[in-house]
Design a protein around this ligand. Structure first.
Ligand SMILES: [Zn+2]
Length: 442
């Protein structure tokens, strides 16, 4: 394992416009990151790929987009107000706080003091709620405290009845959502892996309340979610399932597994698959006084469905795709991103920047490719070799060069990012050639 891999990826992200430290010109804001031009494209592609895979390509699955700010009662019902807490200890010397259950962070902090020949004394662990508070309202003194959602899950469950009434789904059915969540993380770390503002992608599947149905769906979801990472190019050896130990599971969880990725800092969570039973809908039924049951017209039964959840982090998945794609060769750096994820699907170059016929021809190819829905880059700076390397670094799968032969026979050279091999293709075949590699075989 390359110990510097994370640093290299962080530095590439900054240098090439993927991800910047949040509020950087003001000295930053700990635990926040800003996505730059290429990072925004990559993140957009990642979310779109998840949405197609989980929602649009499957039957009986519906999308949702709930508010980030919700009625505070939501978080009482979900249990977050009472128990969304981390045990914290405070260093008595510098008053910095750490999670009591993160031994490596504590050791690291003790070492920084040890270097200055200081000994660290810790306070007893105290519970600290990690929901982020905000004040809502216009009149000072009459403002309501709301929470920025600590997870996106609840926005789906509180709309269960709305989706039932408007879409009339037949059980089993899924409701999906992608969106931001906020946590007052004590020790944000490992770049975008753990930050205070992050994005989640989740699927809540409602099933009949029996073990056979629930575990059938649970296993189907486990396989489907693993397959998504593999289909998008993560190496099989870098992924594994891990079952939660009984003491790690939320009290309502009947079964919980993680998909883990082997990061430079060890195996860590990519996403969780949880059997949540009827916890969510029962609690919201109780706290809201609304009937959140489902009527099964086939069996004439009325029941509270059980929930199988898949909950993944958009930012951490994005980090894993970057770590997985980073390659150094003798004379070049390549980001071997799946074409579906790559910010640009191709780049178009005129061989020489001072030949109007070449530029005109290349501009037309660029425009035609864009018109077929492909995000394509333009580069006419420096020599061709440098332009290739520049595109390799940001993961562009193909470089298309317009040369003098193009003016004669309407063919161009197409260079493959991973093999650096070139072939000649008719201009008319370019779009189809690129579209083909964007398909996922699910
Ligand atoms: Zn300290």
């Amino acid at each position: 394992m390359d110990n510097n891999l994370l640093e290299k990826v962080v530095s590439l992200c900054k240098r090439r416009g993927f991800i910047f430290p949040g509020s950087e010109i003001y000295g930053g804001l700990r635990g926040t990151w800003d996505y730059g031009p290429l990072g925004t494209e990559l993140k957009f592609n990642l979310k779109q790929s998840w949405w197609e895979y989980m929602v649009q390509d499957r039957e009986n699955v519906f999308g949702m987009n709930a508010s980030i700010m919700m009625n505070p009662k939501v978080w009482e019902a979900s249990g977050h107000v009472a128990s969304f807490t981390d045990p914290l200890v405070e260093c008595k010397t510098c008053h910095e706080r750490f999670r009591a259950d993160k031994a490596e962070d504590i050791k690291e902090h003790e070492q920084t003091h040890a270097k200055k020949k200081e000994k660290v004394e810790w306070t007893e662990p105290k519970q600290f709620n990690i929901l982020v508070e905000a004040k809502l309202g216009v009149v000072e003194g009459e403002k309501t405290t709301v929470f920025l959602r600590g997870e996106i899950t609840q926005g789906v469950h509180v709309n269960f009845k709305n989706v039932l009434d408007s879409m009339r789904p037949k059980i089993p059915f899924g409701i999906a959502q992608i969106g931001k969540a906020f946590r007052n993380e004590i020790t944000p770390r490992n770049f975008i892996f753990r930050s205070r503002e992050f994005e989640q992608m989740e699927m809540q599947t409602y099933v009949k309340p029996n073990e056979k149905e629930a575990m059938g769906m649970f296993n189907e979801m486990k396989d489907l979610r693993m397959k998504w990472y593999l289909d998008l190019g993560i190496k099989k050896s870098k992924l594994r399932f891990r079952e939660h130990a009984p003491d790690e599971r939320a009290h309502y969880a009947q079964a919980a597994w993680d998909i883990e990725y082997e990061t430079p800092w060890g195996w860590d969570e990519a996403e969780g698959i949880h059997h949540r039973g009827d916890w969510d809908l029962s609690r919201h039924s109780e706290f809201s006084g609304q009937d959140l049951s489902y009527f099964d017209s086939e069996t004439n039964e009325r029941f509270i469905p059980w929930v199988i959840e898949t909950s993944g982090g958009v930012d951490r998945a994005l980090l894993f795709f970057l770590l997985n794609a980073y390659y150094e060769e003798k004379d070049r750096l390549i980001l071997k991103l799946h074409p579906k994820l790559a910010p640009y699907k191709a780049a178009v170059f005129p061989l020489l920047a001072n030949k109007p016929q070449l530029i005109e021809k290349a501009r037309r190819i660029l425009k035609d490719l864009k018109r077929t829905g492909l995000n394509v880059a333009w580069d006419d700076r420096g020599n061709i070799g440098k332009r290739y390397y520049s595109q390799d670094e940001i993961g562009t799968p193909y470089c298309i060069t317009v040369d003098f032969q193009t003016l004669e026979d309407d063919t161009v050279t197409v260079r493959d990012r991973d093999t650096a091999k070139q072939e000649r293709l008719p201009i008319g075949e370019l779009s189809k050639f690129i579209q083909k590699v964007l398909l996922l075989d699910n």
